[in-house]
Design a binder for this molecule. Structure first.
Ligand code: NAD
Length: 262
């Protein structure tokens, strides 16, 4: 069902993983999408054109670096100019670094805070006034189960994701009387490049094998013992954009196979 026909979305970090799954789901519901993120130009163009053709929507790409506030603002302007409005933003771009606090490189801390937390503020700031003026908006922040609980060796990531949940609540309150909802989706482990990359680092930090990381660390707390899928997250994002979800705001919604139920 094309419940989002006529709406336009920006999804940050959508050249891979969860962001790509969410962008595909929004396009599948009829929304125009602006893709963002890094990767080989031909591969990004292949994804963009596949989404545009398969779903008969406008699909654009903007390469804004989420560590650069001026590029984020320019991306918001470009999307508004191309689509006519930006109705939905999905703040998804994120990176990880796994290391004990005493060895955690300060520049990694700064980059993780910039990409995983501050970019969500900058894109919200750049689109909020127009959403208020149109009295409709949907802001979806891809936080994490690590926005609700911590794990060792992920200080910057856990701090950023807890911060995203604070930003989510504040934006929800400021948008509440203007038809704007803001919610955080808190996934457990999803098998994307971000997770695949941290398996060797976690194995090193804990002194265990990579198989043991998957079994005893990643899926240890995930009660279902299954990875979450990107299409499950995409389906929730689409639901949050519908009128049925207009009273869900300021919420942090775990999709974590029971992890945070412990
Ligand atoms: P991924 O590595 O597959 O994708 C990350 C995306 O962000 C890519 O498109 C990448 O190009 C983009 N990106 C990275 N740095 C960027 C920058 N400076 N500017 C613009 N784009 C940038 O990761 P993923 O697993 O799909 O993660 C997406 C989000 O979901 C992240 O915020 C992550 O913290 C969150 N999350 C992931 C999991 C998981 O298990 N994979 C669980 C909970 C939350």
């Amino acid at each position: 069902m094309r419940t989002l026909e006529g709406k336009s979305a920006i999804v940050t970090g959508s050249t891979s993983g969860i962001g790509l799954g969410v962008a595909e789901a929004l396009a599948g519901a009829g929304a125009n999408v602006m893709l963002n993120g890094f990767g080989p130009a031909e591969e990004i163009e292949r994804l963009r054109s596949k989404i545009a053709h398969e779903h008969r929507v406008k699909a654009l790409y903007n390469g804004a670096d989420m560590t650069k506030p001026e590029e984020i603002a320019a991306m918001a302007q470009a999307a508004a100019a191309a689509f006519g409005s930006v109705d939905i933003i999905v703040n998804n771009a994120g990176i990880q670094h796994v290391s004990p606090i005493e060895d955690f490189p300060p520049e990694k801390w700064d980059t993780i805070i910039a990409i995983n937390l501050s970019s969500a503020f900058h894109l919200t700031r750049a689109t909020f006034a127009a959403m208020k003026a149109r009295k409709w908006g949907r802001i979806i922040n891809i936080a994490s189960a690590h926005g609700l609980v911590a794990s060792p060796f992920k200080s910057a990531y856990v701090a950023a994701k807890h911060g995203v949940i604070g930003l989510t609540k504040t934006a929800a309150l400021e948008g509440a009387e203007y038809g704007i909802t803001c919610n955080a989706i808190c996934p457990g482990y999803v098998l994307t490049p971000l997770v695949e990359k941290q398996i060797p680092d976690t194995a090193k930090a804990r002194g265990i094998s990579e198989e043991a990381v998957v079994r005893d660390v990643l899926l240890a707390a995930q009660a279902t013992k299954q990875f979450v899928t990107t299409s499950q997250l995409g389906a929730l994002a689409v639901f949050l954009c519908t009128d049925a979800a207009s009273q869900i705001t300021g919420a942090s919604l775990p999709v974590d196979g029971g992890w945070t139920a412990h």
